[in-house]
Design a protein around this ligand. Structure first.
Ligand code: SF4
Ligand code: MG
Length: 327
């Protein structure tokens, strides 16, 4: 296994108390595989990624338990210097906002080239050639002519491709993309997703795709892990999820995807808001919003039940949820 997160816990110490951002998350991704991590904002999906990358803002964030095994080594036990080396060369992250991640006063070629001069000791001329090669690789047209342009001279979708090129530069074995297409319009979103999926296959990388939008991952993910209030509530192969969710929260996310045949109708939205992490509801954290909740849900926290060999659901009533294909 390329990456295995085991029972990860992250807390944020605030003036109001301890916010439990990640409460025992376990997931794994292998080379050549795409794991989509899904959830609303505040579900802990980005914080988990930051803990994996070792870029969690500390303080107030603190990893209070668990392991992050990367190629068998626990990253949480490495010294900061070793950690930095792994982060630079073996894993890379792509963020939502390319414009604020790129340096506005350096040309795209300079920024891409720096990856090779700084990390690989290449000459500037060779680094420039590498930059053009990377721009070709992420299908930026006329790369040779555009390599001297600045980030603001590219469209949002092209800038996101440049971010992908930066992430690919040192040929990492793992890429974590946090809402990589959220700022783009729908057609461009699909193109960037397809590109990511294609490169992942070509380079046999592991890809963790973090998103709040179940609609964008259908064609690119192998597995999905759905997070709620800092926990995984359902994990399954992507096709199982689309066929029939085994958790009411996943069902809600699925029903909120806009569909072509529902044009003009109001979009379904899960009622209520995600919980305050300083004060997570007892029992099943989703119970105040769950259309299926019963008494036991307010007192007994559901474990991750085994639905099938490749599938888990943290719902006491996963059987009924699964059978109830019409919602
Ligand atoms: Fe809903 Fe209860 Fe299942 Fe939680 S355990 S998702 S409240 S039915
Ligand atoms: Mg986020």
């Amino acid at each position: 296994m390329l990456l295995e997160v085991r029972d990860l816990h992250v807390e944020f110490h605030t003036r109001e108390g301890i916010a439990k951002a990640v409460n025992g998350v376990s997931y794994a991704v292998d080379a050549g595989e795409t794991l989509a991590v899904l959830g609303e904002s505040g579900s802990g999906k980005s914080v988990t990624a930051q803990a994996i990358m070792g870029i969690l803002d500390v303080p107030p964030g603190r990893i209070s338990g668990g392991e992050v095994l990367f190629k068998g080594r626990d990253l949480l036990k490495l010294k900061e210097e070793e950690r930095r080396r792994v982060r630079g060369a073996e894993m890379a992250m792509i963020f939502q906002d390319a414009l604020s991640s790129l340096n506005p006063v350096l040309s795209v070629g300079q920024q891409l080239g720096e990856m090779f001069t700084v990390h690989r000791g290449m000459s500037r001329k060779d680094a420039r050639a590498k930059a053009v090669e990377l721009m070709d690789r992420v299908r930026i047209p006329a790369a040779k002519e555009r390599v001297n342009q600045y980030p603001h001279q590219f469209s949002g979708g092209m800038r996101q491709r440049i971010m992908i090129a930066m992430a690919l530069a040192l040929e990492p074995s793992l890429i974590i993309a946090d809402e990589p297409t959220t700022a783009l319009d729908v057609t461009v979103q699909a193109q960037v997703m397809d590109l990511l999926a294609e490169l992942r296959r070509e380079l046999d990388m592991g890809l963790i795709l973090i998103t709040h939008d179940l609609g964008v991952v259908a064609d690119v993910a192998d597995r999905i892990a759905v997070m709620y209030a800092g926990r995984i509530v359902e994990t399954a192969p992507v096709h199982d999820i689309y066929k029939a969710p085994a958790h009411p929260y996943t069902r809600g996310l699925l029903d909120s995807i806009p569909r072509l045949d529902q044009k003009g109708q109001d979009l379904y939205a899960i009622r209520g808001l995600p919980p305050n992490l300083l004060n997570i509801p007892p029992g099943c954290a989703f119970h105040p919003r769950c259309p299926r909740a019963r008494d036991v849900c307010t007192t007994d926290e559901p474990p991750l039940y085994e639905v099938s060999a490749a599938r888990r659901s943290a719902c006491h009533f996963w059987r009924e949820t699964l059978d109830d294909v019409d919602g």
